[in-house]
Design a protein around this ligand. Sequence first.
Ligand code: PMP
Length: 393
Amino acid sequence: RPMSSVTIPPPACMLRPLEAPLRYLFGPGPSNVPPRILAAGGRPIIGHLHPEMYEIMNDIKKGIQYAFQTENNMTIAMSGSGHAAMECAVFNTVEPGENVVIAINGIWGERVAEIAERMGANVHRMVKSPGGYFSNKEIEQVIEKHKPVLFFLTHGESSAGLCHPVDGIGDICRKHDCLFLVDTVASLGAAPIFMDQQNIDILYTGSQKALNAPPGTAPISFNERACQKMFNRKTKPVSYLFDMTHLSNYWGCDEKPARVYHHTGPVSGFFALRESLAILAERGLEASWKKHKEVAAYLYRGLEDLGLKLFIPDRDLRLPSVTTIAIPEGYDWRELLMYIMKNHQIEMTGGLGPSIGMVMRIGLMGYNCEKHNADMALHALADALKNCKKSKA
Ligand code: PMP
C-alpha cells in the first residue's frame, strides 16, 4: 500500500498542546498530588521485571503492611483503580453459587453487590439509606440467616460521609466461617483501621485519596483465612488479569522460585505509590489520623458558622476525609458547585448514587488536609451562598 493511503487525517486536537489546569481538588478524590510524589512518578521507566522493580514492589508491600497494620504476606497493589481491588477481592474469594452478604449504605455496597452478582454469587443485600449504619447484632442476624462465605462493609462511605465502626464484626464473621471484606478506599490514612487486630480478612484501598498518589493503583491484602479459601477453589476466577494465583507470583508472595510474566504493571504508578507510602511511614499513621480529625473538626465549625447543616449528625461517625453537608434549603446544589469551580478553581462535589440530591461533599485528604485549605473551601462556599440566588420553589 502506498504511504499516502491514510484516509483519517491527524486530529486537530492532537496538534495542540496538552492542557491540564491547576485545580484545588477538595472533592472525594482524586486529591492533589504533592510535588515529591509527582516527581517519583516522573522518573525514567524501568522494566516491570527488572530486579530494581522487584525491590520497589517489595517496598510497596512493606508500606501497605504498615498502612493496613497487617503482617499478611499476601499483600500487593493492583494495576488499576479501587474498582480493580473490589473485583479482585470478590472474584478470588467467592465462587459462583455461593452466598455473600453486602452491607449497603451508599454507593459502594451497591457496586460490590453488582460485581458479586456478575460473577454468579447469590447476593443478599442489607440496605440502609445513605448515612445509616449497621449494628453488630443486625449483621450477625443476617449472617446467621444466609450463611455467606463473605460479608462486605465499607469503612469510609465516601458517598455519604460516614465512617462505619468495624470493631467486633471480624469476630462475628470468624464465628460463622465467613470472610470479612472491608473497603477503605476513602478512609485509609485518614481514620484508624487495624487489619490484623480487627480480624479483617481482606482489605483494600485506592491510591488517589489520602495517600495522594495519582489514580491507577490499589493496595489489597488477604490474610491466611482468605488465602485458604481463594487458593482451594474448584473453579478458576472469572478474571485472568485479577487472578491472585498469578498476581501473588508477580508480587513475590508465593512459594515459586521466580516471578514470571503475567501482565505489565504500571511502573510509574508504582513509583508514585511507593513514594506516597513512604510519606505516610515518615509521618506516622497516628499523626495522619490526628491531623485529619483536627482539620475536619475545624471544617465542621466553619460550616456551622455559615449556617450549614452537616449530613451525619453524630460527629463520631463522620468520615474525617470526606465531609458531607445537607444541601441548604432553597439552593440548587449544581449551581453552587459550578459557581465554586468557576470562581475559585475548587472542586467540591454533589452526592453519588443514592446520595445524589442529598449532599454536597468536601474532601480534605492527606496533602490537602490543612486548615488553610479548609479556610479556602469555606470562603468559596460563603461566596457561593451569597451569590447563587435562592430558588423560588
Ligand atoms: N470505594 C470507595 C469508598 C470510594 O470512595 C471509591 C472512589 N470514590 C471507590 C471505592 C472506587 O475507587 P476508584 O474510583 O479508584 O475505582
